[in-house]
Design a protein around this ligand. Structure first.
Ligand SMILES: [Zn+2]
Length: 84
């Protein structure tokens, strides 16, 4: 079964596990989250979800990339790591 990604038009391949499925599916091409509903191998509904999870993941990633932020939030945790 295939669904067209609403964001980029890529045909997302879904295997038999998605014949009766309701929930999010990720487009491999553009990483958009599509919420789909299928019954008995046919698609009932497809809609694009605002990727809140993606945004929060980016925030975490940004915090890792910018140690300044981590230092400001928790003094002492960013010190040199003790080994042994
Ligand atoms: Zn896409």
């Amino acid at each position: 079964m295939r669904i067209n990604c609403l964001a980029c038009g890529h045909k997302v391949d879904l295997d038999d596990a998605y014949d009766d499925y309701e929930g999010p599916v990720k487009c491999f091409a553009c990483r958009a989250i599509l919420e789909i509903r299928t019954e008995q191998g046919s698609i009932k509904a497809v809609k694009q979800v605002n990727s809140i999870q993606h945004r929060s993941a980016e925030e975490v990633f940004e915090r890792v990339l910018n140690p300044m932020n981590a230092t400001a939030q928790g003094a002492g945790t960013a010190g040199p790591r003790r080994i042994g």
